[in-house]
Design a protein around this ligand. Structure first.
Ligand code: ACO
Length: 330
């Protein structure tokens, strides 16, 4: 029987890739830098190690490596791409956008490239933007990259923040395709983004070109962030699933921003999601901000957990506050 549902334009995830700095810094290494312990970090966060970029490994180089791997995985070439969106809060330079640097590295001379800055929610924001551009017919194939070198903006004397973050990059290739209008069809089903700027001073960087004329260091009121994270994340996931007309049991894999094991467990409990359906990489990557979702996604694609046809829910919350969720059938 032929499917009689009308066709709609959807953004289909064609491939994924990731890149990590060579150097691994364990919690034991961290305890030589600040007064901390493996026991404290694992118990409060779930993090055991993170990758730290060398001087020659930058947001640009990591992002370009992840992008090349994503294109190879998709069986596509750089010349197929007509838009590059890079989610980052740690660009190589204040301007131009890191996306344009990566565009040049990939040898692309057509289309457009720009950065999105929504801190840890950056990749979800970038997916939402890419999907909107594809649906509007403004782009056919979009490279969405999350790339960060948070180690450069950490205060390495502040044990309450420096133990939490790591460096890395992940990327996906999205392509516009006409598919039957059904949750069974591949592609992004729902995107939701939110922000509430009243909380801008709960997680921020204390410098910038227009104020201090410096890069600044990351500052955070950890307990405040924690308090809002579980509530905001659970509600946006709920909204995304309701809009798609599905329940948590219909989602095969949850690929959350990897901030903190306790936030992930709290959210899962609230929505009744069993932990064996949550992709967790924070034990080995730490919190890589906008890179954490595509990094985790790529790990689960390559180890065979996430398969074609699976329903995947991405979610994140970060500085701003910003938060969001994207539901996609891979
Ligand atoms: N090692 C050892 N002890 C530490 C460390 C450390 N690295 N950091 C703090 N402590 C100490 C504190 O000094 C304090 O000691 P005191 O009781 O003698 O004063 C004690 O541990 C408890 O400190 P709290 O800050 O109250 O610890 P808390 O249980 O809140 O855990 C944490 C801190 C892990 C940051 C927690 O607040 C949290 O998970 N917050 C969420 C923030 C987050 O994950 N942010 C990531 C970026 S935002 C995002 O991506 C969503």
């Amino acid at each position: 029987m032929t499917d009689t549902k009308p066709l709609v334009r959807r953004s289909v995830i064609m491939g994924s890739g990731s890149a990590l700095p060579l150097r691994i810094m364990t919690n034991a290494d961290m305890s030589k830098v600040v007064d901390t312990s493996d026991e404290w970090i694992v118990e409060r966060t779930g993090i055991k190690a993170r990758h730290i970029a060398s001087d020659s490994e930058t947001t640009r180089s990591l992002g370009a490596d992840a992008a090349r791997r994503a294109l190879e995985h998709a069986g596509m070439t750089a010349q197929d791409v007509d838009l590059i969106i890079v989610a980052t809060s740690t660009p190589d330079q204040t301007f131009p956008a890191t996306a344009t640097l990566i565009q040049a590295d990939l040898g692309i001379t057509r289309g457009a490239a720009f950065d999105i800055q929504a801190v840890c929610s950056g990749f979800v924001y970038a997916l939402a933007m890419a999907d909107a551009m594809i649906k509007a017919g403004q782009a056919g194939c979009v490279l969405v990259i999350g790339s960060e070198t948070f180690s450069r903006i950490l205060d390495w004397t502040d044990r309450t923040t420096c133990v939490l973050f790591g460096d890395g990059a992940g990327a996906v290739v999205l392509r516009g395709e006409m598919v039957p209008d059904s949750p069974a069809s591949r592609g992004i089903q729902v995107t939701r983004i939110r922000s509430d700027g009243r909380y801008h001073d709960k997680l921020y960087v204390d410098g910038g070109p227009s104020t201090t004329k410096t890069v600044g260091h990351l500052r955070m009121e950890g307990r405040e962030v924690f308090k809002h994270a579980v509530t905001n994340i659970a509600s946006i996931m709920d909204e995304a699933m309701t809009e798609a007309g599905i329940a948590p049991k219909d989602v095969d894999w949850f690929v959350p921003h990897q901030a903190n094991r306790r936030i992930l467990e709290g959210t899962a409990r609230k929505l009744g999601i069993s932990e064996d359906r949550i992709v967790m990489t924070l034990d080995r990557h730490g919190n890589t901000s906008a890179a954490s979702i595509p990094l985790a996604f790529d790990v689960a694609i390559r180890d065979g957990r996430i398969k074609k046809g699976n329903m995947v829910l991405f979610e994140a919350m970060g500085g701003g506050f910003t938060w969001g969720a994207v539901l996609a059938r891979y």
